[in-house]
Ligand binder design. Sequence first.
Ligand SMILES: [Zn+2]
Length: 259
Amino acid sequence: MSGIKRRIIDAHLHLDDSIPGGAENAANDLDGQLAKAGIEAAVVLHLETQRWPIEEVSKALEAHKRLIGFANIHPFDPDALLKLRQAKDDLNFQGLKLHPRLQSFDISDDRVVELVREAGDLGLPVMMDAFPDGDWLMMGFDPLAFANLAKACPDTKIIFGHMGGHHCIDMMMLAKRIPNMHFDISFSLLYYLMGSTRENILYCCKSMGCQRVMFGSDHPGMIVGEALEKSLSIFSEADFSNTEMENVFFNNAAELLNW
Ligand SMILES: [Zn+2]
């Protein structure tokens, strides 16, 4: 299987802010790593917590055809709707990134629904972090809250990052009722080295017919080339068909991103 030349999209990663200098340096470094790994396109999730202004990130990404930016905006910002429109029209971002844990907001708040609906109206997909680490579990991580948000915004495609970690089966069962729920398997597939979670994630992919599920590396949390190699071999060893792997590693993301 390893000899097959695949088209790959990485649906979830970030610029590495441990790289000194401007966003341009980090974007150049990332683009080089993607080229080396044979990755055709990648969704770069801007984070408000990183040190570069959003305009600088936009400019750095625009220099590389393969880098597709999603803008991180706080839903409680009084100018959130305006900022989203500007991110699309003026800064060339192609999606919205929300991180309820890092940005400390409750996803059931009306302002979140309003911003996520606006994204759908603008034709922008939304990437929402859904990894249940200890902090988020203490904040009340709940798959039903994600489902309710997706239900309230039926015209917005929402990718739940990391597939809910060990809550992946709940997420998958909810997605079977809610067609605008999508997932990436970044970090989670490789994080849970032992135990049943990895098998559960693979089961969820199979159960969804390998639709609406996408590969991601979560670089720099995991090194992009290594994450790709390990993920491909896990899928091969689990006897996913060539078509199923094409869907997870390329087609599903390509469709969502109009690539
Ligand atoms: Zn991430």
